[in-house]
Design a protein around this ligand. Structure first.
Ligand code: 3H9
Length: 696
């Protein structure tokens, strides 16, 4: 009979002679919630008080070691004992304590290991300090103990990138002392035995001194000041790591204060919304239940989009049949896929020795009949309804019963496409974002007749491809492009009325977007928007203020952005500089239209742009195109470069408040009542004091 004693529901002590095994069992990821903290502290204190054990080995049950602090507790009143205090109790233990870590040891989980006197990793272990992704910093000794063990550059790298460090690297850097294979409990028993017989050395991390490296600290601080001035926690990380020169108690005090200060910021709230939002989008009934097989995928179209989709499937281990109409198109597709896969190898996303096997899963074909046996076809040809209809009619005749037929259309009516088949229940939209093997968003568009298992398979595909699948209903542009089509006009109106494209871009980059809308336009190709405007010219709402004058004239000159070397900016010499000829075009358009330009502050630019985005996002939620506000937020974070620390447009809207947003819209509406209209859902929130978060 094993001698096991439960300290509480989540922590137990097992005695095996002189060895005490302390096990954490808090599914799903062994987060250090209050009960785990209390149980760990009591276990160590009790064993030290009894004094009968020669070594204590901490391990965890289930699929992973400890994933860190319990994120659900953040923002609520803290409950003792605090994690750093528990870890000091572990580090100060008279009896040597070791940690045996498997799966992932992240944040507070890795910091638990760092506070013990020796760390054993189990093959496959990854350790990391991902707190920065939550707007935080390691707050339980990570900034103090990593520099002591592995030096300041490694500590800065881990805490500022949040990256996961593989077991081999962790061993090389001295973050773990040993790498073993096997079951965590068995490995813990063996390692504990080795401590007793002197073959595994133990020491307190706090007894080591951090090797001096002021240059690394100063250079990093300067780099962050330049590149991440708008973020809070990165600067605090450098401050805290610098404090690791101090004795433990003083260094931990600096770290603690920095952690508390970061916890108080809206950036932390935005990033935690992003963390849970990423998981919430697939936590809906539509994403669950029976699915259909996904053993072979067909992709029609070898352009950028089709090739990106094919690459994404291949990297996920799904064989792909790529179909094109002409040999040169097919060759181009295969070449693009090969380039993408080589890129994945050079970025370390795919081991070099797997490259040929992955490419070997690609079957190019000029015959649609090659799709007869695939489980899912994704059509990615150009956006023309009659072409799509022709393809789906053929697919209906060729594909096996039960195969799923998907369109990657970014705005066309999925119901109309489905209606040209005899199996509309098998049809849905799978809207990828370019480059499809990189961008994580996948809009899963539900047609009127899409079967439940087809929709669930869409979510299963997103999971396999490591993408964030978001459910959307049919409308022009679905969630993201519909909202973009609306707020994109604001940037043009601002320029017509007095701002320069560069001022608009700078203001929005200051808000946190990686690139302002004019730089994005130049990157994507200004001809794309031009084609859309021409396509929609006949059906344009005559009451709407036209936003395309400047862009049209730029395109008429043959300037399509980066690909032609000229657009809103010039791209001759590396960094873009404003195109002086565009300033002339803007002046001409203003005088043609009788507009007297006025000044805008950067804040006004951000307010108008964001208010327009929020307005259409509110309508998208109000009419059910998106299921909940969080779905819109994740579309923007994963598909449109929305700053993660702002949480998404509707999370950001809650930080402004519905009342203020309505007041802004009413003010702007005095100039343009057609464009600026208060969405009913926002009006109601302003009246009731509601928030978008209440609808999640
Ligand atoms: C920290 O440690 C601060 C300290 O430095 C200082 C403190 C003083 N807490 O991702 P999955 C949930 S900050 C609560 O789908 P996977 C997650 O929401 C923390 N819940 O699994 C999901 O719930 P549901 C630093 C958590 O296998 C379920 O667990 N640590 C936590 O794909 C399964 O998660 C991190 O930032 C948590 N810490 O990936 C690590 N973690 O089923 C965050 C997960 O209801 N976690 N949940 O949707 C991860 O990166 C991944 O979850 C992990 C597993 C890689 C561990």
């Amino acid at each position: 009979m094993a001698d096991i004693h439960q300290v509480n529901d989540l922590v137990s002590i097992e005695r095996q002679g002189d060895i005490a095994l302390v096990c954490i069992d808090n599914p799903p990821v062994n987060a250090t919630g209050q009960q785990v903290r209390e149980g760990l502290q009591q276990a160590i204190e009790r064993l030290n008080a009894e004094g009968t054990a020669g070594v204590i080995a901490i391990h965890a049950a289930g699929r992973t070691f400890v994933a860190g602090a319990d994120i659900r507790e953040f923002g609520k009143p803290p409950q003792p004992p605090a994690l750093p205090d528990v870890f000091n109790v572990i580090e100060d233990s008279e009896i040597p304590v070791i940690a045996v870590m498997h799966g992932t040891a992240l944040g507070g989980g890795f910091e638990l290991g760092l506070a013990t006197h020796a760390r054993v990793g189990i093959e496959g272990l990854r350790v990391g300090l991902p707190e920065i992704n939550l707007g935080l910093l390691p707050g339980a000794g990570g900034t103090q103990r990593v520099p002591r063990l592995a030096g300041i550059p490694m500590a800065l790298d881990m805490a500022l990138s949040g990256r996961m460090v593989g077991a081999k690297e962790a061993l090389e850097k001295g973050l773990i002392d040993r790498l073993e294979t096997g079951d965590p409990r068995e490995v813990a028993l063996k390692a504990a035995q080795d401590v007793l017989n002197g073959t595994l050395a133990t020491r307190r991390t706090c007894d080591l001194d951090t090797p001096k490296d002021d240059a690394a600290l100063d250079d990093t601080a300067a780099m962050l000041k330049k590149k991440q001035a708008h973020l809070f926690s990165p600067h605090k990380i450098v401050e805290a790591v610098r404090a690791s020169y101090l004795p433990r108690a003083e260094g931990l005090k600096v770290e603690r204060q920095a952690f508390i200060d970061s916890m108080d910021t809206p950036q932390r709230a935005g990033m935690i919304h992003a963390f849970f939002g990423e998981r919430a989008v697939s936590n809906i009934p539509e994403a669950k239940g029976d699915t259909r097989p996904l053993d072979r995928v067909g992709v029609i179209g070898g352009g950028t989009m089709g090739s990106g989709i094919a690459t994404s499937c291949l990297l996920a281990g799904i064989p792909v049949t790529l179909v094109e109409v002409a040999q040169d198109g097919l060759d181009r597709g295969v070449a693009t896929i090969t380039k993408n896969i080589d890129g994945a190898v050079s970025r370390g996303k795919l081991p070099a020795d797997k490259r040929d096997a992955v490419l070997g899963m690609l079957s190019p074909s000029l015959e649609m009949e090659a799709l007869a046996d695939v489980d899912l076809v994704i059509e990615a040809v150009f956006e023309q309804m009659d072409v799509k209809k022709e393809i789906f009619t053929k697919l209906d005749a060729i594909c096996r019963d039960g195969a799923i037929l998907a369109s990657n259309t970014s705005y066309l009516d999925v119901n109309e496409i489905a209606a040209c088949t005899a199996r509309p229940q098998d049809v849905l939209g799978l809207h990828f974002f370019s480059p499809a093997h990189v961008m994580r968003l996948l809009e899963i568009v539900q047609g009127e007749k899409t079967a439940a298992d087809v929709l669930a398979t869409g979510f299963a595909l997103a999971k396999k491809l490591k993408k964030v699948g978001v459910l959307a209903q049919v409308c022009d542009g679905f969630i993201g492009n519909r909202i973009l089509a609306h707020y994109g006009k604001t940037a043009s109106y601002l320029v017509l009325d007095g701002a320069s494209p560069q001022q608009v871009d700078d203001a929005l980059e200051g808000f946190g977007f990686a690139m302002g809308p004019h730089k994005v336009g130049d990157l994507a190709g200004l001809d794309i928007g031009w084609m859309t405007r021409k396509r929609k010219a006949a059906t344009r709402d005559p009451d709407e203020r036209y936003a395309g004058d400047v862009a049209d004239r730029i395109c008429e000159n043959g300037w399509f952005g980066r690909k032609t070397g000229k657009g809103y900016y010039l791209y001759d010499s590396g960094a873009p500089v404003p195109n002086p000829e565009v300033a002339k075009i803007i002046d001409d358009v203003r005088s043609d239209k009788g507009i007297s330009p006025r000044d805008f502050t950067d804040q006004e630019i951000v307010d108008r742009y964001m208010t327009a985005m929020i307005s259409e996002a509110a309508r998208v939620v109000g009419d059910g195109t998106a299921k909940r506000p969080v779905d819109v937020d994740m579309v923007f974070l994963f598909g449109y470069g929305f700053p993660r620390f702002r949480g998404g447009p509707l999370h950001y809207a809650d930080t402004i408040g519905a009342g203020e947003l309505v007041a802004r819209i009413e003010t702007y509406a005095k100039e343009d009542p057609h464009y600026w209209q208060v969405p009913p859902i926002l009006k109601k929130m302003a009246q009731d004091g509601g928030k978008f978060a209440d609808l999640n």
